[in-house]
Design a protein around this ligand. Sequence first.
Ligand code: MG
Length: 389
Amino acid sequence: MRKRRIAILGSTGSIGRQALDVVARHPELFEVVALSAHSQAELLFDQVRAHRPRLAGLSAGEVPLPVDVRGSQWFFGPEALSQIAGLADCDDVLVSVVGMVGLAGVLAARQAGRRVLLANKEALVAGGHLVMSLCPPSADDPTLIPVDSEHSAIYQCLMAAAHNPYERIILTASGGPFRDFTSKQMREVQPQDALRHPNWQMGPKITVDSASMFNKALELIEAKWLFDAGTDQLEVLIHPQSIVHSMVAFADGAVLAQLGLPDMRAPIAFAMAYPKRIVSGTAPLRLDQLGTLQFEAPDTERFPALRLAVQALRAGGAASCVLNAANEVAVDAFLKRRIRFTDIAAVVEDSLQGLGALPADSLEAVMEADRLARDRAGRQITRITLEDT
Ligand code: MG
């Protein structure tokens, strides 16, 4: 069998490294043809030495190249990602970069006709309409396979549904470290508390997003685009053990769920080897040892993120892009101790109120909405810091 040729954008991040772990387990199945990172040059050099990709890039800018990595063609700077996505001679492009840069990467990969394995949130949240217009549905040869554990679960449940329409999508959420906190306790939360996720090992931005449930808000928006869901078909269910990765409900009352231990290598391997199932390194699930799985409704009073996501979905246009950008600026300010944890949602709400009706019909329009939301969120954060002192 011919190897699947894969380009990995964001290969030094958590998802990228785990994808390379899956490749290392199956050298007979995969060939790495391109690797890119933002600024972790030394780790990228090691990956290039191990996989010898034809293309490589660093989006943070040019650095001196060690002699033994010069066999690859190198790209530097903000355009590197889209250049590699467009030029890589490959079957699949795994987009596992963090941030808005993922949108341009996804669009470039699709314009070049590559299948996108999507582990970047911003592409669909900010540019869902643009991305999906380049991703026609195809049962035999999918153009876009989600890597996020929840969306991978929903994708797998829908595969098992033999093209029957679904009634509801139920995204599970661990509830994060503050699931049982009072509103008062949440006001006092410090960055180090928010950076401790009970189940998943992830980067700092997504870990804070999990604690605030903005991660689930972004995932609701992604699910709308990926599965063409109406806002009232999307539900969130708190499930602290993170074993049921998400569920889909059908007209006959049946609910299909996908289960597994919380290990991202499972959804990564699923996307990379689709439609085959291969060893991913994830340990087997033993439900008898777990005993109990819990479920409860989310509290949108303490976690306004879910309410704001629904508001953004109903507003349409660039509202989701605004939500994402304002959240990113607010999380950064929280990690720098400039605002409180509970201010994150307030900053996002303010941006949605002021900028909720911008268009998102081109990459330029999306980038402009993103810029305006960052500006407004920045001004709102300054206001909050001044009030607090
Ligand atoms: Mg997720």
